[in-house]
Design a protein. Sequence first.
Length: 257
Amino acid sequence: MVFMKKTIGALLLFICALPVAASAHQTRVIDLEGTLYQLTVGSLNEPVIVDDKTGLDLRVSKIGPTSWYKDRVAKGDIPKNAVPLEGLDETLTISISAGQVLKEMELAGVYGESGSYKTTFYPVNTAAFTYHIQGTMDGKDIHQMFACNPAGHIMNPTATSTEGVDDTAKAAEEAHQVVPDHDDGEIHHESMGTTVFERGGFGCAKEKAAYGFPQEAVSLAAVAQATEKTPLDHVTFGLAVLGVLGALYAAYTSRSK
C-alpha cells in the first residue's frame, strides 16, 4: 500500500510538471488550403543564455481536413492522432531575425524523432529574435513567424483567428518582426496560412552573468569590448616605441664618442 501511494504520488508530480515543460514552446495550428497543420516552436537548451549554443526546436504534424477539425481545434481540443510530417528539412527555409538583421540557418531532422527539426545558433546579446519558417509543406506554400517573449516562458491566453492572414501580419508588425527582403527592396509583413488556434510562448536570450558559477560569467562581447584597442592606446604604444628608439640612439651615440 505504501509503495502504491508513493508510485501514484510520483505519477501525479510528473503529470503536473508537463504543462511547465510545454510552456517553453509555442503551439500554433494553421489552415493551409483546407488542411490543418500543427507547428510547435521553441528554442533548444532552454533557458537561452548569451554565448550558449541554442537553436530552433520545430515539430510539425498534419491534423486533417479543416472542415472536420476546425471547430474542435479552435476550442483547444487538438487531436492526438496528428501525423508527423517528414522531409521538411528539404522543403523549408529557416531564418532568424533581430531588428533589421536577418540570418538564414540550416534545418536538420532530429534523429529518431519523426516530424522534429532543429537549427543551431549562438546568441551574442539579449536582443529579441524571431524565427521565420517558409517554403513548402505538403506541396503548399507556407510562411510563419514566431517571436520570442522577453517576459520568458509563460503560457499566453488561448488565441484564435478566423479572419485570414491579415491578423497575423498585423501582429507581426506590432512586434517589429522582420520578413526577408523582396525583389522590390522593401521589408514586408506577411504570412501564408490562417491561424486557427495558438497558445504558449518561448523566452528570449538571458544575460550570461547570472548563470556563472562560482562567480558571475562574462560575455564574449564584454571581453572583446574590454580588450579592444582605442586610438589613445595606439598613440601611447607609438610614444613608447619612440621612447625606446630614442634611448637606444642616445646609448649608441654616447658609445661612439
